[in-house]
Write a protein that binds this ligand. Structure first.
Ligand SMILES: Nc1ncnc2c1ncn2[C@@H]1O[C@H](COP(=O)(O)OP(=O)(O)OP(=O)(O)O)[C@@H](O)[C@H]1O
Length: 510
């Protein structure tokens, strides 16, 4: 046995020596052109017998070194398969440093199978010219994926498989995407000079969904259908030549769930949310800049539109008064800024409408704009006409259907003997879902607590009903008194008219 091992080593040694000797002879006696020629043809010859095709996908492309969409999609596509198949993995932090994603390490290969066809993916990087020890990749290091498949599958891979990889990769990216809530706050201020407003963001983690939204099931279904239809209608909007945008107007009393509805919409469509606070936007120019900066797949919300926009021209007047007051005795720098601010125009209704119809329509797509208001009657019809606000949704007081959703969310119950009384009271009393929810908040884990919550809701509903009755009574009394006063005034007016007539006729002047 020992003898056989020794023989093997000596044979290997002599073979290596023979190869090296032949290679040295070849380099020494063959001219470089001939060497090139021989290499090229030997490669062609070997290709005849090598049945595989290799496709390379670089991470960056072009002079501006833009990250390729294909690389990102492949990275996402392979992340799932890598964690199950690859032996060596590397971990990356994604989603605003909140979760780890595993992918195959460099020089690792994994096998994929699609429709019975076998393919091999490997992750690679080119060795940098400037070698130095560092945790960070060298600037000239290039990363790329290589796909290997049999040449008989060429058509299938190019026509079907790669499309599947791209689609899957993009879908995984959309699922993993950490959505953001943007808000426009004032930028840094320098010596009291306010700089322009900018978007700042935090991750969007509102838990509201259509399942937790207290609303009639039929209306929820209708809204979800409308949203889905919009998000899948890219081709339709292109065909009819309209910008891929949709406007929603949410109106109803405070606490009926307008903000909750926006969150549910964003979670349903997987969109970012831009909370646009118009009162901090200096003028139309700034508004235009902010709107242009919004990204696709987003909901732009303007809450309480009646309070934040100069719909009646009163805002300017109020602001001027405020500025005049505060300018008295202020330092020169801050008073200069206020004078400048006043010279610039405020955000106006026409400015906003122009952006909705014009600029906003011309840049990007897949955007929803939502206006919310507690006083729909105050809004200018021009702002909410169909075409601008395509869908008007009334958020109303809590009725029994909506209550059942809240009872399920808060108490995890579908039915209870007290539901009958609650249904009757909700039909007779106006209470917002926010107030109903307040009563359903559990104070302990006690099983008895469900009943206690429902009883406290019944008491609150009875109280609200009584209050509404008293209010209606008082209002009735007041209107009676006003009517009486009016009729007295009318009588006095008539008497005065008669006496002045008499005076005229009798020609007596006192
Ligand atoms: N329809 C609803 N479904 C579920 N929860 C609701 C609903 N309406 C209100 N709530 C609860 O009440 C709270 C306040 O609701 P929300 O802020 O959405 O009301 P709003 O109509 O936007 O009020 P406002 O006009 O004052 O901004 C929410 O945090 C939510 O818990």
């Amino acid at each position: 046995m020992m003898m056989m091992k020794g023989e093997l080593w000596s044979n290997l040694g002599s073979t290596m020596a023979a190869i090296m000797f032949t290679y040295a002879m070849f380099r020494q006696y063959f001219p470089p052109q001939l060497q090139d020629y021989i290499f090229r043809y030997s490669k062609k010859l070997s290709n005849l017998f090598y049945p595989y095709i290799h496709v390379t996908f670089d991470e960056y492309t072009g002079e501006r070194m833009k990250k390729t969409e294909a690389f990102s999609a492949i990275q996402n596509y392979l992340s799932d398969k890598s964690s199950a198949n690859a032996k060596r993995l590397k971990a990356d932090v994604v989603q605003d440093s909140q979760s780890l994603v595993l992918s195959m390490d460099y020089n690792e290969e994994i096998t994929d199978e699609f429709d019975g066809v076998k393919l091999w993916w490997s992750a690679n990087r080119s060795s940098p010219k400037t070698q130095q020890f560092s945790f960070y990749p060298a600037a000239d290091e290039k990363r790329f994926y290589v796909l290997k498949f049999h040449k008989r599958d060429r058509e299938f891979v190019i026509g079907t498989y790669l499309k599947h990889v791209m689609k899957q990769g993009k879908a995984i990216a959309a699922d993993n995407r950490q959505r953001k809530l943007y808000s426009n706050g004032a930028g840094q201020s320098f010596h009291g000079l306010r700089s322009s407003t900018t978007w700042t963001h935090v991750s969007f983690e509102h838990p509201a969904t259509f399942d937790t939204l207290a609303m009639d099931e039929k209306r929820k279904k209708e809204i979800k259908k409308d949203l889905l239809k919009f998000s899948n209608a890219k081709d339709y909007y292109a065909k009819i030549g309209k910008a891929w945008k949709r406007g929603y107007l949410l109106y109803g009393p405070p606490g009926t769930g307008k903000s909750t509805m926006v969150a549910a919409m964003a979670n349903f469509l997987n969109y970012d949310v831009y909370d646009l606070e118009l009162t901090t936007v200096k003028n139309n120019v700034e508004l235009r800049r902010l709107l242009i900066e919004t990204s696709n797949k987003s909901i732009i919300v303007i809450e309480d539109i009646d309070c934040s926009l100069d719909l009646t021209g009163q805002r300017e007047g109020k602001k001027k008064k405020r500025d005049d007051k505060s300018e008295e005795g202020t330092d020169p720098i801050s008073s200069m800024s206020k004078t400048e601010e006043r010279k610039e125009s405020e955000v106006t209704l026409s400015g906003l409408l122009n952006f909705i119809d014009g600029i906003w329509s011309a840049c990007g797509g897949e955007r929803i704009i939502v206006f919310t208001t507690n006083h729909v009657e105050k809004l200018d019809p021009a702002l909410i006409r169909r075409g601008r606000m395509d869908k008007h949704i009334e958020m109303s007081y809590c009725r029994f259907e909506a209550f059942k959703v809240l009872a399920k969310n808060y108490l995890d119950i579908d039915t209870h003997p007290l539901f009958g009384e609650i249904e009757r009271l909700l039909g007779e009393t106006d209470m917002t879902p926010a107030d109903v929810a307040e009563n359903l908040m559990l104070k302990s884990d006690d099983d008895e607590e469900d009943e206690a919550c429902l009883k406290s809701l019944i008491e609150a509903l009875k109280g609200a009903k009584e209050e509404a009755r008293k209010k209606a009574e008082e209002e009735g009394k007041q209107s009676e008194e006003t009517e009486k006063e009016q009729s007295v005034n009318e009588n006095v007016g008539e008497e005065d008219a008669i006496s002045s007539k008499e005076v005229k006729e009798n020609g007596v002047i006192h």
